[in-house]
Ligand binder design. Structure first.
Ligand code: FEO
Length: 393
């Protein structure tokens, strides 16, 4: 995409990654973008870079607006390589001696990624930088989602350059929220559920802090996806709601199966939940990507996990999923375990242990030998009823 004006004299100069489908293990069905911004003021300022493979595109886009050598300041809000990978190429083009603004932890992490002795200017939380008509204020957002992360706020324009926060992995021809409408929200939700969920308590604190500061927001420009200009507060409110993780009358039955017995148990539990008025669905782990399942977990009240026993363990896909989910620290969930086994049957107990370690309230566990019979399926139906009874009405 060619550069475009975000606001007067502020340009998007980033890159679109149409073909990426796996973003360090997270499925990105629609690709993504690496947004970078150029502010044309007395001091020409570049905010953020792009992934290494797209550095030439960034430089080409900058060159459509200004000779890259005329850039005075470079700001790096975040070290992760999808934003700083192209920095070496950019600094070489812009001038290795130009000031590079970042947080103090950003300086440490950038210097571990790049051997060049750049002219780092570590900024403190709340520090301001005058670039001509404009004032840029830096806001540290440690652990949202890396220790180095920070926002840059253009005070006069009331634009927040929010790094990863409020982003979406979405590549399209739309550039702003008003051009895509509600269709962007599932992408923003998936991004939150898979990247930011574990930092929910910090997000709520940050939103409180920003409200106390009275920060006016005409636009939020994240480093991925579309830019929020019509309703910037809509995504902030969505983050507050998602961070609270209030459970709904919704359950996910997540499983793998070898000879369809655990599958039959999963589908029976789902039927029972649905009969009890619960929004429930089965998720076969070799049919669903774990990041799509994680998105559905966000507002669910119950997560019921099933596995056959394989070599005295749970099935590897189930272990993979539990590891992923535990790391994201969802809260306010009921849990249950189930599974079919042949002769040893450890999987159900191992799943229950994992769920308890993840601080889920364990409702029950059901394990059945070989193929479920009538009484086994009745036990599955009972499990569904028990869970339904504990979910919000
Ligand atoms: Fe988009 Fe944390 O990088």
């Amino acid at each position: 995409m060619k550069p475009f004006e975000v606001a007067k004299d502020i340009y998007w100069v980033g890159a679109i990654d149409w073909n990426i489908r796996d973003f360090h293990g997270y499925s990105v069905h629609n690709g993504t973008t690496y947004n970078a911004f150029l502010i044309m003021d007395e001091k020409v300022t570049l905010i953020d870079a792009v992934k290494k493979e797209f550095a030439d595109k960034l430089i080409e886009n900058i060159a459509e607006i200004v000779d890259p050598r005329k850039i005075d300041y470079v700001i790096s809000n975040h070290t992760e390589m999808d934003h700083s990978g192209g920095l070496a190429r950019v600094m070489h083009k812009v001038g290795e001696d130009k000031p590079l603004f970042c947080s103090s932890i950003g300086q440490k992490s950038l210097s571990r990624h790049f051997p060049q002795k750049w002219n780092y200017r570590a900024v403190k939380d709340g520090e301001e930088l005058k670039i001509g008509k404009r004032t840029l204020a830096f806001l540290e957002t440690r652990m949202l989602h890396w220790p180095d992360s920070m926002f840059t706020y253009a005070k006069e324009d009331k634009i927040l350059f929010s790094s990863d926060a409020f982003g979406q992995h979405y590549a399209g021809t739309e550039r702003f929220d008003d051009e895509i409408g509600e269709a962007i929200m599932p992408h923003a939700r998936k991004y939150f559920a898979n990247i930011l969920l574990l930092y929910s308590p910090l997000i709520l604190k940050l939103v409180d802090k920003v409200q106390e500061m009275g920060l006016a927001l005409d636009m939020i420009c994240p480093d991925h996806g579309i830019l929020w200009r019509k309703e910037p507060l809509k995504i902030v409110q969505a983050y507050v709601e998602w961070s609270r993780q209030n459970p709904k009358r919704k359950a996910l039955v997540i499983y793998d199966t070898m000879w369809h017995s655990t599958e039959l148990m999963a589908e029976t539990i789902v039927e029972s939940l649905v009969q009890e008025g619960v929004d429930a669905k089965p998720y076969h782990l070799r049919r669903w990507d774990r990041s799509d399942i994680m998105t559905e977990i966000l507002d669910a009240g119950a997560v019921i996990v099933g596995s056959p026993t394989l070599n005295n363990c749970m099935f590897p896909t189930v272990s993979d999923f539990l590891c992923y989910m535990k790391g994201l620290k969802p809260i306010n969930k009921l849990g249950a375990a189930f599974g079919s086994y042949g002769w040893s049957g450890e999987a159900t107990k191992l799943i229950a242990k994992e769920l308890e370690e993840a601080k889920f309230k364990l409702v029950d566990q059901v394990k059945l030998q070989y193929v479920p019979d009538r009484s086994g399926l009745e036990a599955c139906r009972e499990l569904g009823k028990k869970i339904a009874a504990e979910l919000p009405k």
